[in-house]
Design a protein around this ligand. Structure first.
Ligand code: URA
Length: 435
């Protein structure tokens, strides 16, 4: 078999056989097939697509390209959650403790941010001392003891995705439905939980820009998971504007802490309640989503979710005094207010533009080797549907960069807000649920 023939076959819109897909992935991971041939193949897939059988075989080949986790030592029905990426998305930090506080073992392997999207591991590492690299036995022990662990992968899980995702990121081939489905599901299947809750983001700040593509992706992933006997549900959520008010690592951790104490922004909490109640049904802890929601609300009222977060931070070596006194997180040297130039209703806040601006302020990486400034980011003061008076603050930039950098970014950020005279209603964060 020759890789070039497979590329040509896909380029001409033909189906690849299972054997051909396995040959590609095996050769790519071993280094026999070079990056440039995989780039060509992913570009051909982006244009010509894959049928369900091809995606299912690709997912399986990727899942078994390295180790898989054995979570059988963890008691109970284990649940996991994965978002396809967004701006201001600190959902796992709030949802994880809430679900665990209801008694569902929450096993979460997270990733790092790249480009305009943030990563849960980076956010957690803004807590001094927090260790995201847990060995498998530590991970299992922690979930058995406190019901929750959020960590990066230490084992060689899904090396095919690690290699291919980095390549796709620099070759313009991220936004392919079959490739995203195989990337997400191979990782979730290798992580070995019983229930999988997928948050498929849709909008300007997401990889899926429209609801039809998001629905197709969600259905495909739910089908793959269900066929392999994992209880898989997808929530389609809005990512036109950033989620919540905070964008940037330490700023988002502070917002997560406030949310766990009952002061969370409406859209973030709605996403947590909707996703969490579905996860509680997957874990067979709630009989339906209404009961699940009540249980989750109680974890916030009683402070149990906050306590769970604190326990996780302590267990993973983080300094709990930062969680108890979030004002201890260092503030960036500069806070620059972006001011509304006119009265009106906020019609849109471009999540992609805000994510890119936060990255340029120091809050994200352009390449995997960049070092993040944990204090940098953007605090929104207004959301879509809010009324704003001329001269009021739309958002505040947090940065340690110099004025010549942040002044240009402040201008760009102002352009990400559209303010109109006509009434604008609030966005609904939940678009659809796909089972
Ligand atoms: N998230 C993933 O894990 N993989 C993709 O391909 C896109 C988003």
């Amino acid at each position: 078999m020759r890789m070039v023939d497979l590329i040509v076959k896909k380029r001409c819109g033909e189906e690849l056989t299972d054997e051909e897909i396995r040959y590609w992935i095996k050769g790519y991971v071993s280094g026999d097939i070079p990056d440039y041939q995989t780039s060509a193949m992913t570009m051909a897939i982006l244009f010509k697509g894959m049928n369900k059988r091809e995606v299912s075989t690709l997912t399986d080949a990727m899942e078994h390209s390295g180790d898989v986790l054995d979570l059988s030592a963890i008691k109970g029905i284990k649940v996991d959650k994965h978002s396809t990426g967004g701006v201001g998305d600190k959902t796992s930090l709030v949802l994880g403790p809430m679900v665990a506080a209801c008694g569902a073992p929450m096993v979460k392997l997270s990733g790092r941010g790249l480009g305009h999207t943030g990563g849960t591991l980076d956010k957690l590492e803004s807590i001094p001392g927090f260790r995201t690299g847990l060995a498998e036995d530590e991970f299992v022990k922690q979930v058995n003891e406190i019901g929750l662990a959020i960590a990066g992968q230490t084992k060689n899980l899904v090396p095919a995705d690690k290699k291919m995702y980095a390549l796709r990121d620099v070759t313009g081939t991220v936004e392919s439905i079959p490739l995203i489905a195989a990337s997400v599901m191979s990782k979730k299947l290798a992580a070995g939980t019983d229930g999988i809750l997928l948050d498929v983001t849709v909008g300007k700040g997401a990889f899926m820009k429209n609801i039809d593509d998001a629905r197709t992706l969600a259905k495909l992933m739910v089908e793959i998971g269900t066929r392999l006997k994992r209880n898989t549900i997808a929530v389609l959520s809005d990512m036109n504007e950033p989620l919540g008010m905070a964008v940037g690592n330490a700023l988002e951790v502070k917002e997560a802490i406030a949310s766990l104490k009952g002061h969370g922004p409406e859209d973030l909490m709605e996403l947590c309640y909707t996703s969490g109640s579905l996860m509680l049904t997957q874990a067979k802890i709630a009989k339906d989503v209404n009961e699940g929601r009540k249980m989750l609300e109680e974890t916030i009222r009683s402070g149990k979710a906050f306590e769970k977060f604190l326990l996780m931070v302590k267990a993973q070596g983080g300094d709990p005094s930062y969680i108890e006194n979030p004002e201890k997180f260092p503030l960036a040297k500069h806070q620059i207010e972006v001011i509304a130039p006119k009265d009106g209703y906020v019609k849109s806040i471009n999540a992609l533009g805000i994510g890119l601006a936060s990255m340029q302020l120091g809050g994200g990486r352009e390449t995997m080797d960049d070092v993040i400034d944990m204090s940098a980011g953007i605090m929104l003061n207004k959301k879509v549907g809010d009324y704003v008076n001329k001269g009021e603050v739309l958002c505040v930039l947090h940065t340690n960069k110099d004025a010549n950098v942040y002044e240009a970014i402040a201008k760009d950020v102002l352009n990400e807000f559209v303010v109109v005279d006509e009434f604008v209603s609030k966005q609904h964060v939940i678009k659809e649920i796909i089972r």
